[in-house]
Write a protein that binds this ligand. Structure first.
Ligand SMILES: NC(=O)c1ccc[n+]([C@@H]2O[C@H](COP(=O)([O-])OP(=O)(O)OC[C@H]3O[C@@H](n4cnc5c(N)ncnc54)[C@H](OP(=O)(O)O)[C@@H]3O)[C@@H](O)[C@H]2O)c1
Length: 390
């Protein structure tokens, strides 16, 4: 089969022939039909952690070709079913192949079944960023989830203890509301409120003004938005809460001063999550009063991960959360996929074009200087590629 393989020395990746992966007993053998790009795919190609010849790439959607011997009948999965999920790509030192290939293998319970009305290109855009947002909201910050999971941790320090008035209605702030992660976070906040009988949640965010109309409409339904280009945005967000501050904040950029400024929007006792780790060095915030909650989405795969100088032990709890989230997603319609940028050229075009648009480190180093229509800057969109095995 063809796959996009890391060349660690050249800090690049090339399409090459490589043997088909073999499913183990609990895995599915999947023919990939669409993949979506995430910033980490390009970041860890241009700054490799993995060794040469590792298949890169995370998000995929495809068709089940064969099932391992131990995939239970209760999985409801069979050959021909359309599924989506993500692998770790080349984003760790551990030798596990990624998804940018004609075929891949994946544990049967770490995929979700794509519903009839959803295209595989759309489904490819959901798994990694949807799970990232779900982990931050429900697994880390303890917001009420619209689904349950077996090891659901006891809710630590409920906000009501600090702010009795929060029992009636909560407020949630998303910095970077137009990011892929932010677009899913807003939908999940709305799903949380809908599944709770006791609470309403007021949702505030920052984004460029051109996105306000989309973000105020369903399924995001923001109550208030402030332009992130406005230096004074933390004060304006506080103003939307009559100065009280927000109960939950989620910084979906976590670069430079954004973590510190997001911290400024919090009410006393509020909780905050971020998308990039302190150890990664993309942000500094010496004045924080609340330590932000961070986690890597890879934890959901339940494997030991060596990543950015950190050792993440295998987490059965994070895996069981991911399994429950995927079960909730199965059938489709739960989350609206990000608006798509459908890129031409398949596997061969990903490094030269898709990765150039994503850059190698921060939002600021994205390169969109090109005559080609599909190479304009990414703005509230997810890049997807079609994959067609020969
Ligand atoms: N912790 C994890 O496991 C995990 C998982 C997934 C992603 N991430 C990280 O989360 C970050 C976001 O990823 P993503 O895929 O969601 O991003 P993305 O969709 O590529 O983000 C693009 C959007 O970000 C907006 N933006 C750019 N710079 C901004 C700034 N300084 N302030 C506010 N908005 C800004 C752009 O706004 P305009 O439209 O106005 O240009 C654009 O709409 C990345 O660093 C990614 O690596 C972490």
């Amino acid at each position: 089969m063809k796959a996009l393989l890391l060349d660690a020395k050249q800090r690049s990746a090339h399409v090459k022939n490589t043997p088909n992966p073999q499913p183990s007993a609990n895995e599915l053998f999947i023919r990939v039909e669409a993949i979506a790009l995430n910033p980490i795919d390009s970041r860890y190609t241009f700054h490799p952690l993995a060794s040469t010849s590792r298949t890169i790439g995370s998000d995929f959607a495809g068709v089940v070709d064969a099932l391992g011997d131990d995939v239970p009948p209760t999985s409801g999965l069979g050959p021909g079913d359309r599924v989506a999920g993500f692998l770790q790509g080349a984003c760790s030192a551990n030798e596990r192949p990624g998804a940018f290939a004609d075929y891949l293998v994946c544990p049967w319970d770490l995929v979700w079944k794509v519903g009839v009305g959803m295209r595989l290109q759309e489904a490819a855009a959901v798994s990694l960023c949807g799970l990232t947002a779900a982990q931050a909201l429900f697994y880390r910050m303890g917001l009420e989830a619209p689904f349950s999971w077996p090891e659901r941790p006891a809710r630590t320090a409920g906000l009501e203890e600090h702010r009795p008035e929060a029992a009636g209605g909560l407020s949630f702030f998303v910095y970077g509301a137009s990011t892929s992660v932010g677009l899913y976070a807003a939908q999940l906040v709305r799903r949380s409120a809908a599944s709770s009988e006791r609470r309403s949640i007021r949702l505030f965010g920052t984004a460029g003004q051109k996105h306000f109309e989309m973000l105020k409409a369903e399924p995001y339904s923001y109550d208030g938005l402030v332009d992130y280009h406005d230096e004074d945005w933390p004060a304006k967000i506080r103003g939307l809460t009559d100065g009280a501050g927000v109960d939950y904040a989620y910084d979906c950029i976590s670069e430079g001063a954004t973590v510190s400024k997001t911290g400024d929007t919090l009410a006393p006792g509020g909780k905050m999550a971020i998308v990039r780790s302190r150890e990664g060095g993309a942000w500094t915030a010496p004045d924080l009063t609340v330590e932000p909650m961070y986690g890597a989405v890879w934890e959901g795969l339940g494997e030991f991960v060596q990543y950015q100088g950190m050792d993440l032990p295998a987490s059965p709890e994070a895996r069981s959360f991911a399994v429950a989230f995927y079960r909730w997603l199965s059938g489709g319609g739960r989350l609206k996929p990000n608006p798509l940028r459908e890129m031409p050229g398949g596997l061969e075009a990903i490094v030269d074009e898709g990765f150039r648009l994503l850059g190698s480190g921060t939002m600021g180093d994205r390169d969109a200087k090109s005559e080609k229509a599909w190479m304009r800057p990414l703005s509230a969109e997810k890049m997807v590629y079609g994959i067609a095995a020969e």
